[in-house]
Ligand binder design. Structure first.
Ligand code: PLP
Length: 369
């Protein structure tokens, strides 16, 4: 706490109301706290397969170069991403995780008097990055836990700076089809920036539009992607955006010179080349999703249908007690009361064994004794 109110009174507008993002606890810390071992973490939507062996090999090689600054322009990785997405490399901006890009976008396009528009149950970083730069939050009510695009469109004003949409959405797993999303984009004024956050797009392939297809048509569109989820590189912090080069040039003005570290660039480049690993990860996720859904249904529990690598389970009563009981049994999941969903737990899809353990533990806790 700042005891010096003179200092507290001088902080930037927006920071006073801000609460720090609450990350899931690391396994080691939780095990220490509870005095338990062999716990499973299904709390942060990480890949149960780890990362591609090619990425591991690239990390080994990269260690020799850590005394050097990374390539601040991210040349090789941006070239590879450009080829992967069939755009010019000047459409790619690298970030220290895709959260870094969300922050850059807020800094370029939001400021006091401007509105930041997103949905109820949207990703927590949108309000944090927006408030940090003093923008006004505009929150549209959700429909069935997902984006209600009509309600969002109605909230667009002359002051709207950025519209944020995660597709699929975290923490609900809901998704928007191309038929829903395209008319919304087409109707937005071209001076309003729209961010489509595709952190989970790999898991939704087939059932899903890939917003990068609309980049040539919409100069106000920014699509963000990450290596943290399906690529299994969350600990390295690497993500990127795709946008018109004019937007990328603006983002580069506020980008820290070496925001994408050397090991992250090397691992991401290798990981991008191993699409078989992505296919295996997506297949494992699909099987795990079915396993968990069937298990929840057998327990008489409802859940929000999800296109991500996680599922928001509805316990039908405040989830905090079950969350604590799961923790004591070594199962870490994510309470999402902070998102306005006090009865839900967000459970990441794990390996088959992890999913089975979660289900067995949950069954034991819910059973009348
Ligand atoms: C996990 C996640 C991200 C990715 O964050 P990184 O900074 O790339 O690790 C972005 N958006 C959403 C909605 C997420 O859930």
């Amino acid at each position: 706490m700042l005891s010096d109110t003179a200092i507290a009174a001088k902080i930037a507008p927006g920071i006073a109301q801000l609460q720090p993002y609450q990350p899931g606890k690391p396994l080691s810390e939780l095990e220490r706290e509870l005095g338990i071992r062999d716990s499973i973490k299904l709390a942060s939507n990480e890949n149960p397969l780890g990362c591609s062996p090619a990425a591991r090999a690239a990390l080994q090689c990269g260690i020799d170069q850590v005394a050097r600054y990374p390539d601040g322009g991210g040349f090789a990785l941006r070239q590879a991403l450009a080829a992967h997405h069939r755009v010019g490399s000047d459409w790619i901006t690298l970030g220290n995780g895709s959260n870094d890009l969300l922050d850059m976008i807020a800094r370029v396009f939001l400021y006091p008097g401007r509105e930041s528009l997103f949905s109820q149950y949207a990703f927590a970083v949108y309000p944090i990055s927006s408030q940090a730069v003093g923008a006004t939050l505009s929150i549209a009510p959700a429909h069935d836990y997902g984006h209600h695009l009509t309600a969002m469109a109605e909230r667009v004003t002359a002051n709207t700076g950025v519209v944020w949409i995660a597709n699929p959405n975290n923490p609900t797993g809901t998704h928007l089809s191309g038929e829903q999303l395209y008319p919304f984009l087409a109707a937005l004024p071209r001076e309003v920036i729209v961010v489509i956050d595709e952190a989970y797009i790999e898991y939704a392939a087939g059932a899903h539009p890939d917003a990068t297809q609309w980049l040539p048509e919409f100069p106000n569109l920014i699509v963000t992607r990450t290596f943290s989820k399906a690529y299994g590189l969350a600990g390295l912090r690497i993500g990127y955006s795709l946008s018109h080069p004019a937007i990328a040039e603006l983002l580069n003005r506020v980008r820290q010179p070496f925001n994408a570290n050397a090991l992250a660039q090397a691992a991401a480049l290798a990981a991008l080349g191993d699409q078989a690993f992505i296919a295996a990860s997506v297949a494992l996720n699909r099987a795990g999703m079915e396993q968990l859904q069937a298990g929840f249904t057998a327990l008489g529990l409802c859940y929000i249908p999800s296109k991500g690598n996680f599922i928001a389970l509805d316990l039908g009563r405040p989830a905090a007690a079950i969350d604590q009981a799961l923790l004591r049994e070594g199962c870490i999941t994510r309470p999402i009361a902070g998102y306005g969903l006090p009865n839900h737990l967000r459970i990441s899809i794990g390996s088959e064994a992890e999913n089975a353990r979660l289900l067995t533990t949950l069954a034991g806790l819910l059973a009348p004794c």
